[in-house]
Design a protein around this ligand. Structure first.
Ligand code: EPZ
Length: 417
């Protein structure tokens, strides 16, 4: 099994270029199934989640051809299959998007429940509520979710909770339904807007993406397009957190600064200087981080996917910081690992109290999930001595060339077998 080995204490300086957004890519790639001609998708991150989605697409019968490392041409015209087995779906959460995409394409999908990060129970009741509002019948048979309709018709869906996945899935299913679909209390994440822009460029009629009410007027045909994915807000935030953690000076390029606002506010509260440019942000830090209160919420709130990385920074903050997890029931499994490095963190339900210590010490830790793994890198970069991170396949799911990018900033990090 591969591991990362980090010798901490190096100040990160220089420039890092952010890749395409994972959570956009994993929604847009299944969306290609709705097109009646080939699509070219650019600025894909080189990560295992993207490779997994592409494998599912080719096993369904699409012709998938990488034109270079970050560009793929997908011809979905030959797709007849509508089944995504457990073996195809187990490694990634986004396999659920094949439910909406296949339903939209051929009124039928049969998909094994998705895998992905373990944050406690990850229900799909709101996805199902959405499909039913469009006239589909949903049955759970032999561990597979079977969704079928004679014809999809537009419907009204109120999401009891803001759900990114349900919003994506309903959009994918509704773009070719007869009539108008309204999603109330919809997610507003940048990747929702990116998916809507992609589908609209194919000929869909989606209005209101980025607000909490999305209106979709169904169309009969969608055509193939060339489309470029937005930069990854969370990858950018992770490098920003690492710059703060190591008292560094890092220019994070190829970003949309507006997507980073809630992160910028928090790291400024910690004492960092942040300079916002058109397509880059520069983060510099020269003191110990100040304590901070963070509450995660759906966009435009502070992203839950940045919670572990920011918690790692605050373990060496001055004073006691409080993190309130407002999205997932259980997203503090990484705390045990930080404690092994000397962090003082107490978890009480959905809150964590972090009593800042002077320094962390390197030791052997695990990446318990994707962003938890990113937090271990941040912790390792600022810790004294050597940190060995195990189970790094979680990190490879979502971070492109993480070793190369951190090394270019001056980190002492390597991948070993
Ligand atoms: C997406 O997961 C992201 N994944 C997650 O990022 C992210 O943490 C999450 O949104 C929240 O921002 C992808 O985009 C592939 P949700 P998703 O549906 O869609 C509850 C990362 O690190 N809920 O918005 O699965 C659910 O339990 C990953 O990149 C229901 O109750 O999340 C949670 O408490 C990890 N019923 C809340 O809603 C449902 O049917 C938000 O979940 C669906 C969700």
């Amino acid at each position: 099994m591969e591991k990362f080995v980090i010798n901490g204490g190096k100040r990160l300086c220089g420039e890092v270029r952010i890749s395409g957004a994972k959570n956009s890519a994993v929604a847009i790639l299944p969306g290609v199934l709705l097109a009646e001609s080939p699509c070219v998708i650019e600025n894909l991150p080189e990560i295992s989640d993207v490779r997994s989605v592409c494998t599912v697409l080719s096993r369904l019968g699409a012709n998938v051809e990488f034109l270079d490392n970050t560009t793929v041409r997908i011809d979905p015209t030959g797709v007849k299959a509508f089944t995504v087995t457990e073996e195809m779906s187990k490694s990634m959460r986004a396999s659920s998007y094949f439910m909406g995409a296949l339903l939209g394409r051929m009124n039928h999908s049969r998909v094994a429940p998705p895998g992905g990060c373990d944050f406690g129970v990850r229900p799909i009741d709101l996805h199902i509520k959405g499909f039913e509002a469009l006239g589909a019948k949903v049955m759970i048979e032999d561990g597979m979710v079977d969704v079928k309709a004679d014809a999809l018709s537009g419907g009204y869906v109120y999401l009891d909770l803001v759900s990114v996945g349900a919003t994506v899935n309903i959009m994918l299913a509704a773009v070719k339904a007869n009539g108008v679909t309204v999603i109330e209390n919809a997610a507003r994440e940048p990747h929702i807007v990116d998916l809507a822009n992609f589908l609209n460029s194919m000929g869909a009629n989606i209005m209101g993406a980025g607000t909490n009410a999305i209106k979709i007027r169904g169309v009969e045909h969608l055509h193939g397009v060339d489309y470029s994915i937005i930069p990854d807000q969370i990858e950018a935030g992770t490098y920003m957190a690492a710059a703060v953690a190591t008292k560094g000076d890092v220019l994070v390029t190829n970003v949309i600064p507006k997507h980073l606002e809630s992160i910028i506010v928090k790291i400024r509260e910690m004492g960092a200087k942040v300079e916002e440019n058109d397509e880059s942000v520069r983060v510099s830090m020269d003191t110990r981080p100040r304590m901070c209160k963070v509450k995660t919420m759906p966009h435009p709130g502070f992203p839950t996917d940045m919670q572990p990385q920011v918690a790692a920074v605050l373990t060496v903050g001055e004073g006691t910081s409080i993190i309130n997890e407002g999205v997932w029931d259980s997203r503090f499994r990484y705390v045990e690992q930080l404690s092994l490095m000397g962090a003082e963190v107490q978890v009480d339900g959905k809150r964590a109290f972090i009593n800042g210590v002077e320094k962390l010490s390197g030791t052997r830790v695990r990446a318990v999930d994707l962003r938890a793994g990113a937090a271990m890198i941040v912790a390792g970069l600022m810790a004294e001595g050597e940190t060995i991170i195990e189970d790094i396949e979680h990190i490879d799911r979502g971070y492109e060339n993480v070793v190369g990018k951190f090394m270019a900033l001056g980190a002492d990090i390597k991948r070993i077998n």
